[in-house]
Ligand binder design. Structure first.
Ligand code: C5P
Length: 301
């Protein structure tokens, strides 16, 4: 478990949720000269995720708890746990340049989301660290600077910073709010097989797939016409993805699909009760895997 001292000085911390990110559709439409892929993605966020708490302390600290805490690599810079520290350090440097004081902070991460799972994880943690520390240090930063700081931490961090229903384009930096995406009851399922995002992009055969196009009409029929272009390479690498998607489908999901670069799949259910029941059944069948009923953020309903 990653730790960096444990300077907890008081009990009353400040809390930020790091919601799970779900790519309801993800089309890969091209590739930039630097190798990054151009995407169009309908992104939304769950009402559950990791939890970040920030406490006044005599020295900086970082502790982790939760079901998936043991999966965080202690020293892998750029990976989940340490993305929190990277976010803290980058933000502090920027604020200090402006003469804004950034006193020591003890950060606690409750790692409830599976790691390397296609649902944000480390990116959501990094984004929640930025949001939380801006509140903790009572500091403001112009939106474009914050967005570019977020992008320097990872392509999914800017969308996680907003944590609202979005259309994401470019490599994830071009974000537009989706004004009419309803709140959806989902079940998330992950076989607890970590997937490396660069591996999946490397295995992608076609990089010039059709874009998402106009979003007219009811959401479910529209979503059914869309895809996740990272699903075929991920399925070829992780055979449990077929199984998890079939299991969620068999519980009555109206649509099942993989999120991000996987391996997490989601099913859209007719009601939150149906999603809860399905997650309960699935956890009973596969107690070693991860199934979670969530409600996504909605807009315009
Ligand atoms: O930005 P992030 O750290 O999530 O990206 C991890 C890796 O995934 C990148 O280094 C790149 O190899 C690949 N990637 C990509 N195109 C994107 C996002 C990520 O090729 N749009």
């Amino acid at each position: 478990m990653p730790t960096e001292g444990n300077g907890l000085a008081d009990e009353a911390g400040l809390f930020e949720l790091a919601p799970a990110k779900i790519n309801l559709a993800l089309h890969v439409t091209g590739q930039r000269a630097d190798g990054y892929h151009l995407l169009e993605s309908i992104v939304t966020f769950a009402d559950t995720g990791d939890g970040l708490s920030f406490f006044a302390a005599e020295e900086d600290g970082f502790t982790v708890s939760g079901r998936f805490a043991h999966l965080l690599p202690p020293d892998a810079a750029g990976q989940d746990g340490n993305l929190v520290l990277k976010a803290r350090d980058l933000l502090r440097r920027m604020l200090e340049k402006r003469g804004i004081p950034t006193p020591p902070v003890a950060i606690h991460l409750e790692k409830n989301l599976p790691v390397a799972a296609g649902i944000g994880g480390g990116s959501a943690d990094a984004a929640a660290t930025l949001r939380g520390l801006l509140r903790f240090w009572d500091a403001g930063m112009p939106e474009p600077e914050l967005a570019s700081l977020a992008l320097s931490l990872g392509t999914d961090v800017p969308m996680c910073l907003r944590s609202e229903a979005l259309m994401a384009k470019g490599i994830g930096e071009d974000l537009t709010e989706l004004a009419t995406l309803p709140s959806l009851p989902l079940v998330l399922g992950n076989p607890l097989v970590g997937v490396s995002t660069p591996d999946i992009f490397r295995r992608l055969m076609r990089k010039d797939n059709p874009p998402i196009g106009a979003l007219d009409g009811d959401w479910l029929p529209v979503l059914k016409t869309l895809r996740n272009d990272l699903e075929p390479p991920a399925r070829s690498l992780v055979r449990e993805i077929d199984q998890i998607s079939n299991l969620i489908g068999a519980e009555g999901a109206m649509l099942t699909r993989m999120s991000g670069s996987g391996a997490t799949c989601f099913g859209i259910f007719p009601s939150s009760e149906a999603a809860q029941k399905a997650a309960e059944n699935l956890n009973g069948q596969k107690p070693d895997w991860y199934f979670q009923a969530v409600q996504t953020v909605g807009t315009g309903q």
